[in-house]
Each structure stands twice: as structure tokens, then as C-alpha cells.
Ligand binder design. Structure first.
Ligand SMILES: [Mg+2]
Length: 216
């Protein structure tokens, strides 16, 4: 947001990330859990074994791909003849390896998929999801800076899906904290979304489902 409002040069933002934000985030993650995914939502004694979410929402940076799109890579992005995506300096832009399979699996099960990202470069982020051929899977997209409670209120308005029927995967403690307050099952991702992480998310969703009250 600051970059958008005040036109902060990219190099300054990059150093801010390196010096201030990265150590802060690492501190949060180290304190939160030693497991691959941390459930920061409340636990329940009861469980709904067949319960499935209606909407699964993903953050982008350090959740679906291993970088900040506004600092670590440079647009424009292009696809090479080998099918790989490159940035302006011909650096190979990668995603976490399990991601395409996870998106395809959830989509195939009839579960709606969404994006909630607070990047300051929404157009560039959207270019990447298009080049990675993921747009076929995502029904809802909320990509802009700011608290993700706003993102989820809009996702709820657009989809009509109650918060208690959603799962959210994100690598930042602050987002998990904020979105959990709405009643969404939130999973803290530590090294990108993996199949194991998805499994943990589904188990946590089923555990939580028994005690959640419907939202309007
Ligand atoms: Mg992130």
C-alpha cells in the first residue's frame, strides 16, 4: 500500500523487506509451531468426518510461490518455448511443486477456489497466475494491499459462502489472526502449500466444523 500511495522506489522496499519484515515474520513463525502447518483456529472435541469446505482460499507470496512478487522478481513475465516462466532478467520464476496438483484436485472435487493476496503489485501477480495456467481453477480473486478481513468480506459477498465453510492458507501470522476472527478455518503455511499441508487443513476443517455457528 505504501508503495502504491507514495511511490516508494522498489530498491527501498526490498531493503525494508530484508531488514525489517523478514526477521519479524521468521520470529512469528518460529514461535508459532514446530509442525509443517499450524492451526490457529479453535479446537473441537467433536468432528464431522464427511465435512468438506465449499471454498478454499490461498495467499500468493510464500504460499503458492517462494518469493514476494513486488520485490524478488521483475515484470514483465514471459513464457519461454520450454513452457517455463521467466522474469525481465530471464530469471526462472518458480512455484511450490505441489501447487498445480493441489489446485487441480480441489477443482476436480467441485470445491471453489479463491485468492486473497495483499501484494502491492496485483497486475503482476495476476500475470503469473495466468502464465502458470492456474486461472482455470480460481473462481474468486481479491488481490490488493490491506487487512485481509476486507478480502474475505468481499469473498463472502461474492460467493454467498459462509465463513465456516471456508479454509484459508497463508504464511503470515497477522493474516491468520485477522481472518480467523471471521470464523474461517485458517492454516499457517511454513514452507509453501504441500499435499501434507492440505491434508492437515482438511482435518482441521472437519474438527472445527462441529462447533461453528452459521454466519449470515
Ligand atoms: Mg504470503
Amino acid at each position: 500500500m505504501f508503495q502504491t500511495l507514495y511511490k516508494i522506489p522498489k530498491i527501498v522496499l526490498k531493503h525494508y523487506r530484508k531488514i525489517v519484515q523478514e526477521p519479524l515474520l521468521s520470529k512469528f513463525i518460529l514461535k508459532s509451531t514446530s509442525s509443517a502447518c499450524a492451526d490457529l483456529h479453535y479446537k473441537s472435541e467433536s468432528m464431522c468426518p464427511m465435512a468438506k469446505p465449499k471454498l478454499v482460499v490461498f495467499d500468493l507470496d510464500y504460499t503458492l510461490w517462494p518469493f514476494w512478487v513486488d520485490t524478488h522478481v521483475d515484470a514483465p513475465f514471459t513464457m519461454g518455448s520450454n513452457g517455463k516462466v521467466y522474469d525481465a532478467h530471464h530469471k526462472h520464476v518458480k512455484y511450490y511443486p505441489d501447487v498445480p496438483g493441489i489446485l487441480s484436485q480441489l477443482h476436480g472435487e467441485g470445491i471453489y477456489l479463491g485468492i486473497a493476496s495483499r501484494t502491492s503489485m496485483p497486475a503482476e501477480a495476476s500475470d503469473l497466475t495466468r502464465l502458470f495456467n492456474w486461472d482455470q481453477f480460481f473462481h474468486y480473486r481479491q488481490i490488493y494491499p490491506g487487512c485481509k478481513i476486507t478480502h474475505f468480506k468481499k469473498l463472502h459477498q461474492q460467493s454467498g459462502i459462509p465463513y465456516e465453510d471456508m479454509i484459508f492458507f497463508d504464511d503470515e501470522h497477522r493474516n491468520i489472526h485477522d481472518v480467523s476472527s471471521l470464523g474461517v478455518t485458517c492454516i499457517l503455511v511454513e514452507d509453501g502449500v504441500t499435499k501434507e499441508c492440505l491434508k492437515k487443513g482438511m482435518e482441521t476443517f472437519r474438527e472445527c466444523k462441529g462447533t461453528k455457528k452459521p454466519t449470515s
